[in-house]
Design a binder for this molecule. Structure first.
Ligand code: PRP
Length: 200
């Protein structure tokens, strides 16, 4: 049995779409059932559902062997995991966004303070960072910050809140991560699963 940590949310929807496109119906049935259970088992694979930033924590500790996580999480935090490969879904990007005509970028609200810090350090811009846990787009609308650093996928959230992108920071993709020990000790089960989902 191998354990795979998934995150419910944007990336999960993209993973299900990828499986639909590839006819992986057994997995889809098990993963999309109407239940609040936080794990499900399909043959020799146990899937657990965690918050995105917690997926690498489960993998690092070895209670999950594999994880599917956005590269935004890997960019923001340090984990002692194998960053195995990029996956063909979950594409979006980090951007600096603000109201049209914004000239000052002194205060930046974001969930991703490390990504934002690195970006503005490279730009040699001195900014104050305000950490928020979500709905970051509110900050410039209410005057809490001049701009935000956030994930943009469709651009709908920015558009619906009257914000525009000023600068793209980096591309984001889904990534396959693995525990450094069990990636080798459970090699056969892991390979079987990866072959089934078409990523090896
Ligand atoms: C993310 C991100 C943006 C939005 C971008 O938020 O922080 O708010 O999605 O997506 P879009 O470009 O397709 O509109 P998420 O839905 O993860 O929730 P959050 O606001 O609580 O972080």
């Amino acid at each position: 049995m191998i354990t795979v940590a998934l995150t419910k949310g944007r990336l999960f929807k993209d993973f299900i779409k990828y499986m639909e496109e590839n006819g992986l119906n057994d997995y889809i049935g098990a993963l999309t059932g109407e239940t609040r259970s936080l794990y499900t088992v399909v043959d020799d694979v146990k899937f657990i559902f965690a918050k995105g930033p917690d997926v690498p924590t489960y993998v690092e500790s070895g209670v999950a062997d594999l994880g599917i996580v956005g590269s935004d999480i890997i960019a923001e935090n340090e984990f002692n995991i194998l960053n195995v490969s990029q996956l063909p879904f979950g594409d979006c990007h980090f951007s600096v966004a603000a109201l049209p005509g914004q000239e000052a970028f002194g205060t930046i609200a974001t969930k991703y303070t490390n990504v934002a810090f690195e970006h503005f350090k490279n730009r040699k811009m001195d900014v104050s960072l305000v950490h928020l846990n979500g709905s970051v787009e509110l900050a410039p609308l209410l005057g809490l910050s001049d701009a935000i650093v956030d994930i943009v996928q469709t651009g709908g959230t920015l558009r619906d809140n009257g914000l525009i992108e000023y600068e793209k920071i980096m591309d984001i993709h889904a990534r396959l991560i693995a525990n450094k020990r069990t990636f080798y000790t459970k090699e056969d089960g892991i390979y079987e699963f990866l072959k089934e989902i078409g990523v090896v």
